[in-house]
Design a protein around this ligand. Structure first.
Ligand code: HPA
Length: 298
């Protein structure tokens, strides 16, 4: 037997998920640390733990149950991914990128990445929602390094990693709900330790408004596949050095529990505003940048 665990097989995983779904979901929503879904969040729920998919390890962080939940929200089919794989857990590129590749293989045209972050900009206090406009990748792990995966761009353009139209939709949705949604740049670090105060000062000088340990690799893989990306960060704590208190994962989970309800309402409103699929139009038409996706006529 190989001493190495098997790698995820996104195409097979998508096939398996597709047997449980009647159509391609319109959106993948990745839920960050502690950002739980309310009970009975969707109609006609279909649940699947990550481990049910070929080569998918369990998702191992506290507050991350590691399951897919598909169902109807505002009448639209949405796939929720509860929990995610992080580089700081020691997962390989193949594992960290696998859920996005599954989404692409399923024909999902767009992803909403949510995450927990530390607030660097002084106005971004715990509980703030931030529309991620751009990121700075300081993870030191390029998720696309290695052979080009099927259907992916070798050198994806990153001049607009986060879809401006989806961003405007999120801002309209937040305004309708009376939820403040700031804009900011996400500094992506490897973790799992929190930053030092000097590192936060450096991140601030570099232009980061929030700091977190996820999202960046998924956004990069999504762009390589032509999926449109929306990312919303929930600030869980003032970043290191901005408060006298030490940072803790428990604090992240507590703020997450308070923020999960409003975040879900925001997601619902965003889903309501997604452009309708044109009846009779081929599936290929609704990709983020119009490029055909994996699994279709490429
Ligand atoms: N730093 C990095 N990641 C985080 C933080 C933080 O302060 N809070 C929540 N996730």
């Amino acid at each position: 037997m190989s001493p190495f665990p098997p790698l995820p097989d996104p195409a097979k995983a998508a096939e398996l998920l597709a047997t449980r779904l009647r159509e391609a979901p319109e959106l993948l929503v990745v839920l960050g640390s502690g950002l739980a879904l309310p009970a009975a969040a969707v109609e006609d729920p279909v649940e699947l733990p990550f481990e049910a998919l070929p080569g998918f390890p369990p998702a191992g962080v506290m507050g991350h149950p590691g399951r897919y939940l598909a169902g109807r929200l505002e009448g639209r089919l949405v796939l929720f991914q509860r929990g995610r794989y992080h580089f700081y857990e020691g997962h390989s590129r193949a594992v960290v990128g696998a859920p996005i590749r599954v989404a692409a293989a399923l024909g999902i045209p767009r992803v909403l990445l949510t995450n927990a972050s530390g607030g660097i900009r002084p106005d971004l206090i715990p509980g703030s929602f931030v529309l991620v406009e751009d990121h700075i990748d300081l993870q030191g792990r390029a998720p696309l390094a290695g052979p080009v995966a099927s259907g992916e761009e070798r050198f994806p353009d990153m001049s607009a990693p986060y879809d401006p139209q989806l961003g405007l939709l999120a801002e309209r949705a937040a305004a309708d709900l009376g939820i403040a949604l700031a804009r900011g740049t996400y500094g992506g670090v490897l973790g799992p330790n929190f930053e030092t105060p000097a590192e936060i000062r450096m991140l601030r000088l570099l232009g980061a408004d929030v700091v977190g340990m996820s999202t960046v690799p998924e956004a990069i893989v999504a762009r390589a596949l032509g999926l449109a990306v929306l990312a919303i960060s929930v600030v869980m704590n003032p970043a290191a050095g901005l408060t006298a208190r030490p940072l803790s994962h428990e604090e992240v989970l507590a703020v997450g529990a308070r923020s999960a309800g409003p975040l879900f309402e925001l997601v619902r409103r965003i889903v309501r505003g997604l452009p309708e699929k044109e009846l009779g139009a081929p599936d290929l038409d609704f990709g983020g940048d119009g490029r055909p996706r994996q699994g279709f006529s490429q």
